[in-house]
Design a protein around this ligand. Sequence first.
Ligand code: HEC
Ligand code: HEC
Ligand code: HEC
Ligand code: HEC
Ligand code: HEC
Length: 395
Amino acid sequence: MILKSFGVWLLCFFSGGMFFASSSLADRTSGPSADIPEIHLNSKGFSSSRQCGQCHKELYEDWRHSLHADASGNAVFKAAYMQVYFEQGESARPACLTCHAPVAYYNNDPKLTQPISREGVSCDFCHSIAEVLPGTAEGPQFRFEFGGLKQGSLQNSKSPAHQNRFNDLYQQSLFCKGCHEQKNKNGVSMIATWSEWKESPYSEKGVTCQKCHMEKIAGKTVASSVQKSTRNQISNHDIAAGHSLTKRRQALEIKIVDVETHRNRIRVKVDLTNTGAGHNMPTGLPVKKIILEVKVQEPNGSHRQIQQRIYQKVVADAQGRTVTHLVDLMLGKGTKVVSDNRIAPLETRHESFTFFIDEPEEQIISAAAYYSYTPEILQPTPIHIKLNEVQRRVR
Ligand code: HEC
Ligand code: HEC
Ligand code: HEC
Ligand code: HEC
Ligand code: HEC
């Protein structure tokens, strides 16, 4: 690896910060090159993602548009957080910030006064993690290592700005478990994405969260003006799911496997398979549903009949009432899981629908899957996203 125009890097420590001064062997009096930014990384705690972005330009651009970067800034979170705060007072702060603004939590800045506290799940938060510890009721627990050390998945990498260490944790799903697994105070599982994955065939085959959500894409780990490198691939730091419709559409496959007509009766058999998600469909907080909708109609669109099947996890409170509001779920009102018919990874559901029509005319049969989610705090009507649709004509 060639360090462009740099011979010696001097590391000077002062007042908790780490200062990287550079000088070329040819001219020791010259200041840092115009190409390489002068960076002051924090050796005792977290540094701002913007600083990382000075060198890791492409990774920064991908991350910047991710939901992780916006985990404490997005409108749905903020509205829910405010309501939980209103009901629960100060204790809401640590309860929500541990995962949504982890830097604020660990820096003890619950009011998010520092700009770095508002960076959501940031570069340095993730890359200072040395170990994921079994979580507590309070939230996830990590062991960090600072001192200018960045851990990751690269073998034999060197950086002028920090020490590097390969840590195979970064290629394991366990790394993500820290935040993507959560029980409420009654022990009811709220988010179980990691367990769902762990029990699936993907876990045995070594298909980790990273393989699907941080796939390798063309790019440079650091801008070539900083360091020339033979590495031409980066792990996608957009870590997308919901905000990428392509990703959502990969998850489910629908097939009309059989249509049986008898006089004025039509029986439609549909297979719905979770082909693409490494966890249940849907996964995460129990505020989402998958709706399978089968429609029978005449070619001119008249006499339309619709039937549905819904796949979701239903949680109830101590009185047996269903808890659907996100904020009530967040306040720990759920005491038990009443039902859970979500579709496990690679599982196929064989569904059958029976319709009765007036006249044995030609019919168009279609089956579609929707992802449905109601962020009640912001809008009362559910958001329906069509994932896939298949059609068939009979008679
Ligand atoms: C253990 C980590 C963790 C804690 C603690 C946590 N969250 Fe989350 N939250 C997540 C994850 C992970 C998601 C991603 C969506 C999913 O999997 O459903 C999420 C999603 C959300 C969403 C978006 C819902 C959606 O599905 O789009 C809101 C709103 C939210 N959280 C609010 C809160 C509030 C308010 C608190 C504090 C009471 C809180 N969260 C505490 C991890 C956490
Ligand atoms: C002055 C430029 C510069 C800055 C600033 C910088 N890095 Fe780096 N970093 C590098 C270089 C160069 C590499 C080596 C890249 C390679 O080998 O392809 C590297 C490698 C890494 C690696 C891989 C480590 C491994 O062993 O897997 C991680 C993770 C990383 N940096 C994170 C960060 C984070 C987080 C920040 C901000 C706190 C940051 N970097 C700031 C230049 C920089
Ligand atoms: C949610 C946690 C998380 C965040 C946030 C995050 N990373 Fe990473 N990063 C990872 C993981 C996990 C890997 C290893 C992926 C793999 O190899 O499968 C990785 C890999 C890397 C690597 C090694 C090269 C590569 O592309 O695989 C570098 C360098 C890096 N990250 C820098 C950054 C920078 C800079 C930021 C902020 C702009 C950032 N990361 C934000 C988790 C994170
Ligand atoms: C520090 C906690 C934390 C860690 C570690 C973490 N996440 Fe997240 N993740 C979150 C939170 C919080 C959200 C939800 C943000 C929201 O909706 O407000 C989220 C959202 C997501 C989403 C949804 C994005 C979308 O477009 O809908 C995916 C996918 C995801 N995380 C994957 C991962 C993977 C893979 C890893 C491990 C490499 C990981 N996360 C590690 C906290 C974390
Ligand atoms: C086999 C590929 C695959 C694996 C492995 C995988 N995912 Fe996903 N994930 C997907 C797909 C496809 C989606 C989009 C469908 C959906 O929204 O559920 C998704 C969605 C998500 C979402 C968004 C859920 C929502 O409703 O917005 C989160 C969060 C997430 N994954 C986290 C993880 C974590 C954490 C792991 C590891 C424990 C993981 N995923 C493993 C493919 C995968």
